[in-house]
Design a protein around this ligand. Sequence first.
Ligand code: IPM
Ligand code: MG
Length: 368
Amino acid sequence: MKQYKIALLPGDGIGPEIMKEAVKVLKLVQERNPVAFELNEVPFGAVAYFATGDAFPEATKLACDQADAVLKGTIGLSHEESKKIPVDKQPERGALLPLRKRLNTYANFRPVYLPKELAHFSPLRPEVVGEGIDLMIIRELVGGLYFGQKERGIKNGKRFVNEMLEYDEDQIRQILIVGFETAKKRRKLLHNIHKSNVLLSSVLWNEILEEVAPSYPEVEVRHMLVDAAATALCLNPCQFDVMVMENMFGDILSDQGGGILGSLGLMPSACMGPNRKAYYEPSHGSAPDIAGQGIANPYSMIGSVAMMLDMSFGLTEEAQNLWGAMKSVFAAGFTTPDLKRGGDKLISTAAFGDKVLEALAKSPKPKV
Ligand code: IPM
Ligand code: MG
């Protein structure tokens, strides 16, 4: 029996509600497979700040270091509530970015996936969605503008700010390799998203790409400017399979990915570091406006569990079962309010989780 330690970071807003559903799923997976999960729930985000004065307390750091994988909910407060916390201690800067840096999770996998059965959720016209959307955004996660040097001050009597977009060639190479490797396992098509007509960082990025590409002769590379890619995602998302890009571009285009699916609630993600140490999280925020009402869509949280089962624990078949279970709940006409169309049966966060459990329990157990 394999034993895995998982650090659970429920976080703020809807985080604890959707994490509850993830834990229910993990318990069932444990019953169905020769694995034992040791779950260690620790404070992270604004909730940790208000309890300890630190959004990423030492005990949480330790739990993350010792875990085989980290499962994170959502963090962040409303614009107004955020003002109660000093800027550098707010959960995004004070917890999330330090978590990414600490685990060095440079490769962020954000699947933008809408199978045919769920194609009606997309706001795009049926002829645009065709047989469904299935692409993978690979976002560099520990470099660029997010982590460059920052300076704020007063020059000539005026407030100014200066923040740097920094990358070195090793950082660029390692994420491009992830892009190529992923493309190799999928449709062998890699879209390189950049802005080399303006940004020098993209010029270097593209230079490194030319150096890496010869090792992957089977992968076709197509170059696209990031602004054009934003349009193309709306007009013809099916042309894409794997898209690789730097941190900020990936932040923006992956939210657009949620948009073309119909909800950010359909966006799980995996954040992978060296030696496959990883953390998993929904791509979306903490939705403080709907927190505590039991109406959040837990798909992106449970999908993050599926990615963890596959990528961290090698439980690939069970991960597939879990995706199938979630799909079957939607296909039976149940939805959370974010996805509601006429005729859908509205269910709560917990009811969605229960239905996923029911469907998973019915799927054949993976062979040992
Ligand atoms: C995301 C989020 C984060 C980011 C925020 C919460 C700092 O938007 O994971 O996409 O910008 O990376
Ligand atoms: Mg984002």
